[in-house]
Structure formats: C-alpha cells, structure tokens
Design a protein around this ligand. Structure first.
Ligand SMILES: NC(=O)c1ccc[n+]([C@@H]2O[C@H](COP(=O)([O-])OP(=O)(O)OC[C@H]3O[C@@H](n4cnc5c(N)ncnc54)[C@H](OP(=O)(O)O)[C@@H]3O)[C@@H](O)[C@H]2O)c1
Length: 288
C-alpha cells in the first residue's frame, strides 16, 4: 500500500533537480537571544538582524553594553531590538522574556508568537580543583545548568503549546527551535575543568531530554571551543592556547561568527535536526 505521507509532487520536483532553499528563512520571525549582548551572542544578534528577524535580546546587568549593541544594530541593519534585563535564574526575569514576546511588533504582525530561542548565558566558573567546594559547585550549577534549562523549559513549553494547534502559524512553520550553549569542555575531558564542564555536560543531556519531550520544538546544542570574544577572550589573548595553533591542532582561534553561523543553522524554521550537539572548536578536541 502506498504511503499516505509520501508527497508525489515533492518527489517529482526532486527528480527533476528543482530543489528549494529559502533565501532569508528567519526574516520576520521572533527570536529570543538570551545573553545576546555578550561576546558570542552579539554576533548572532547581528547575523539575525541582517536577515530581518525580530529580536528580543537579554543580558543580566551590563546595560551599557546592551544599549551599545542596540544602537549598533539599529545603525547598521535598521533593525530594532527589544532588551530584557535580569538574571534568568529568577522566574520573573524568565517571565519578562515571554512578556516581551507578547508585546513585540503587535498582534496583527504576529506578535505573541515565538519562533525560536538561543540561550547563551553561562559562567566560566573558574576555580582551581583544590579550591573547589560546595559553594563554587552550586554557583556553577545554577549559572551553567539550572538557569538556562529553566528558561528553555519556559520558552519551549510556550512554543510547544502554541504549535499543538494544527491551525497555528508556528505549526505551519515546522514548529519552534531552541539552541543552548555548552562548551567543548562538556564533550571532552580537560583537567581542571570540573566545575565548569560538568554542569555544561548536564545541560547537553537535558537538551536531548527536552528534544525527546516536545513534539513541536527542536532542541540542539552548540559547543564552542577557544573563541576570541566573550568569556574566553582574556585566556586566549594571554597566550594560554597558543600551542594549539603552533602545533597545528587548530588552524586559528574561533570567532564569534563561527558560533553564530552554527546557532543560526539550528534556528532556521522547519529544520530537521534535533537533540544534537555541534562542536565548533576547529578540531581542537579531536586532535589535541
Ligand atoms: N567565549 C568562548 O570562547 C566560549 C567557549 C565555550 C563556551 N562558551 C559558552 O558560550 C556562552 C556565551 O559565552 P560568551 O563568551 O558570549 O559570554 P559573555 O561574553 O560573558 O556573555 C554572556 C552574556 O550572558 C549574560 N548572562 C550571563 N549570565 C546571565 C544570567 N544568569 N542571566 C541573564 N543573562 C546572563 C551576560 O550579561 P551581563 O554581561 O549583563 O552579565 C552576557 O550578555 C556561555 O554559555 C559560555 O559558557 C563560550
């Protein structure tokens, strides 16, 4: 018996090599970029603004940097962004992201509909193995696991509920998408990284569980390596990782644009990858 899900028109198109690739699939989509004012997140904000996405950008307390990013984005891409301030570990701050989604753009233009979210907040949680204690571990667990996963839960639950309705525009767009930020240290063991790496590894597993949990929301993880911006900037510029370039382990240090392109891939509407981890480390964890 022929499959009721097989689309003969589509198959015919493929047989005649007429493939379809959307030019600016995220244009007009509402996307939350939590931690989007940071070193890596700001590159994603620029990439999505260039494409015409409607952006809700979060930061914890560095308002000056967030306002500077907003001004730069408006200036370069003529695109307005909505800022959300506060620690995502707090429920009212997570609620403020959902309120911003409701308010953005007005209902007539699709306000209230969240298409995708990228969740960047994290903390380097630097503490030597000898000095590591319960307090340091709990702080890292909150910053690198609890807070981002709770935000993913809140935003993903809203997206999944909205796409449950077969007539909803999110369902028509192929459901929602969430991307979480881990680290190469979550997928490969580096000495002295216990306090940072273990909660990031837990985040990777939680992302897979969420991907299995929701029917209409894809959940993926991007795991950057040593990147020249953001929280690794001081370590990279200090020469700590120079030997990796000198020995040819990596061709160069990572750039925020490398990470932004990977995150954007997962955010595209109607994507077909879920529960995956994309390591963007120039091959460092493979060749070291
Ligand atoms: N940079 C790298 O080379 C690298 C490598 C591997 C993994 N990563 C991961 O990539 C992600 C982004 O890193 P980054 O280098 O861009 O960091 P970053 O420059 O320190 O930026 C972090 C951003 O998140 C915000 N933030 C931090 N904690 C928050 C919280 N609890 N609630 C709300 N906002 C919060 C910060 O706001 P404020 O500035 O206002 O505090 C800032 O906007 C992190 O998860 C990190 O672990 C980075």
């Amino acid at each position: 018996m022929p499959s009721q899900y097989f689309d003969e028109k589509l198959a015919k198109r493929c047989r005649s090599f007429r493939f379809e690739f959307a030019k600016r699939p995220l244009a007009g989509c509402t996307v939350v970029v939590a931690g989007g004012a940071g070193g890596l997140g700001s590159a994603l904000v620029a990439l999505l603004a260039k494409e015409g996405a409607r952006l809700i950008v979060g930061y914890r307390s560095n308002r000056a940097r967030a306002e500077a990013l907003r001004a730069a984005i408006e200036d370069r891409y003529a695109q307005k962004i909505t800022l959300v301030e506060g620690d995502i570990a707090r429920p009212e701050v997570r609620g403020a992201y959902l309120d911003a989604v409701e308010n953005i753009g007005g209902r007539s233009k699709g306000g209230g509909l969240l298409h995708a979210a990228a969740i960047f907040p994290g903390d380097p949680a630097r503490v030597s193995f000898e000095a590591m204690n319960q307090k340091a571990m709990e702080a890292s667990l909150e910053a690198n696991f609890l807070a981002p996963i709770l935000l993913a839960k809140d935003l993903g639950t809203a997206m999944d509920a909205s796409a449950e309705d077969p007539a909803s525009p999110l369902r028509a767009a192929g459901g929602g998408s969430i991307v979480l930020l881990a680290s190469m240290q979550a997928v490969a063991a580096f000495p002295s990284s216990l306090n940072y790496a273990a909660p990031k590894a837990a985040l990777v597993h939680a992302a897979r569980v969420l991907a299995a949990q929701w029917k209409h929301v894809r959940v993926n993880v991007v795991a950057p390596g040593a990147t020249v911006a953001g929280m690794a900037e001081a370590s990279v510029s200090s020469g700590k990782y120079d030997s990796f370039v000198e020995k040819g382990t990596i061709p160069r240090f990572g750039r925020p644009e490398d990470v932004a392109r990977a995150v954007r891939f997962f955010l595209e509407p109607d994507g077909y990858a879920t529960g995956q981890v994309l390591v963007i480390d120039g091959g460092l964890t493979l060749r070291r």
